[in-house]
Write a protein that binds this ligand. Structure first.
Ligand code: HEM
Length: 394
């Protein structure tokens, strides 16, 4: 194994749901060229990906890691220690402290309480789409507003400001922006959230930020960065899943009837693996042997999640979308270990309600343009579509 690779990003445009072919062809472990001429590693198997995610000898600290891409969105920049509250970039025990506080607010009960409201706003958006008549852009009419409304309701952020923060989060998620552009968007969002939090201190309210304020443990700076992290992490991800998942279901119409199967959402998450470009990634805190190679202390490891989720050793016929797939729950789309996605249950509820209500309301839903005209979001932290023009019988 001598070749040095860059993370393959080029997809086969005839197979928009499949990972870049060069990524799945790579050996389990590869020498990876990083910005600045540094060398790291890229792993592609399910077993290696899982090890890097769950083994505490791998850290997420940005001051130890080499950036995998030039522009990385996080307060403090790509190479400084994590800003207070930005727990996604912290190891235990710092991470544990924040995660515990969050878990007290991000409860199953709170998500269950939101469920009827999510169903109502989903139906309202689908009614509005029906009233306007075909064709419609499913991204604007449905996939983008629902997660945005949900995260606003959860946090207690006014939805009236959604255009502002949707624009900022899309800059943060984009991989072809400069580090300066990314940091400027982050600064604008942080300023907005800090004002909101300071305003909430006198009347915290029932929402998640209100709950965190009432607990009295966190400073304004910590609360701002936590709100920022949730807004960024919970916004682009679910929106892309809703739109890309609908596209995939329209391309596999035989699967729509199986949407009620308990593994259906898991299989869509596995098959589409929207977190795709070398994230998550970690740095070795000591020498670690992996797939027959020694990763030296201080070396950065990028995880090829789309390849891991198509690993034939774990998923039989991995390139087939099969909503009743038994082993679908073994996917790594929400990561693993201590950083496993905090919002996964909420995202699942949004997707379950979203896909089922959509296909119940529009049983004749179809693409309004040929597949080839659908522009894919390739250079973005979350893979998806920019627009999804759809039509239906009226
Ligand atoms: C389908 C939708 C989603 C996908 C595919 C997704 C994926 C991920 C992944 C892969 C990670 C782990 C990153 C790592 O290990 O470095 C993660 C972490 C995280 N996600 Fe999600 N996510 C989704 C939705 C959400 C939502 C809706 C929220 C919030 C409301 C959210 C909040 C977070 C947070 C806060 C973390 C950091 C957790 C930690 O470091 O302890 N995510 N997500």
């Amino acid at each position: 194994m001598t070749d040095v690779v860059t993370i393959p990003t080029e997809r086969d445009h005839d197979r928009p749901f499949d990972p870049p072919p060069d990524l799945v062809r790579l050996p389990p472990i590869n020498r990876l060229e990083l910005p600045g001429g540094h060398l790291g590693w890229l792993v592609t198997t399910h077993a290696a990906a899982r090890t890097v995610l769950v083994d505490p000898r791998f850290s997420t600290r940005p001051d130890l890691k080499r950036p995998v891409f030039a522009s990385v969105a996080r307060p403090g920049g790509a190479t400084n220690p994590a800003a207070p509250g930005w727990f996604a970039s912290m190891d235990a025990p710092e991470h544990t402290r924040y995660r515990r506080v969050l878990m007290r607010q991000f409860t199953v009960r709170r998500i269950n309480q939101l469920e009827p409201w999510i169903t109502r706003i989903t139906d309202e958006h689908l009614d509005a789409m029906a009233d306007a008549g075909p064709p419609a852009d499913l991204v604007r009419a449905f996939a983008l507003p629902i997660p945005s409304l949900v995260i606003c309701e959860l946090l207690g952020v006014p939805y009236d400001d959604h255009e502002f923060f949707q624009h900022q989060t899309s800059i943060l998620a984009s991989f072809d922006r400069t580090q300066d552009e990314v940091m400027a968007a982050l600064g604008r969002l942080a300023g907005y959230l800090r004002d909101l939090i300071v305003g909430k201190r006198s009347r915290p309210g029932e929402d998640l930020l209100g709950g965190l304020i009432s607990e009295g443990e966190l400073t304004d700076e910590e609360l701002t960065n936590i709100a920022l992290l949730l807004l960024v992490a919970g916004h682009e991800t679910t929106a892309n899943m809703l739109a890309l998942g609908t596209f995939a279901l329209l391309r596999h119409p035989d699967q729509i009837a199986a949407l009620g199967h308990p593994n259906a959402i898991e299989e869509l998450l596995r098959y589409l693996t929207i977190i795709h470009l070398g994230t998550p990634n970690r740095v070795a805190l000591e020498d670690v042997e992996l797939e027959g190679q020694v990763i030296r202390k201080g070396e950065t490891v990028a995880i090829g999640l789309p390849a891991a989720n198509r690993d034939p050793r774990v998923f039989g016929n991995p390139d087939v979308l099969h909503l009743q797939r038994e082993e679908a729950r073994r996917h790594l789309t929400f990561g693993g270990g201590i950083h496993q996605c905090l919002g996964q249950q909420l995202a699942r509820v949004e997707m379950r309600i979203g896909y089922t209500r959509l296909f119940e309301r529009f049983p004749t839903l179809r693409l309004a343009v040929p597949d080839k005209e659908i522009r894919m979001r390739e250079k973005s932290a979350a893979y998806g579509v920019w627009e999804l023009p759809v039509a239906w019988d009226v």
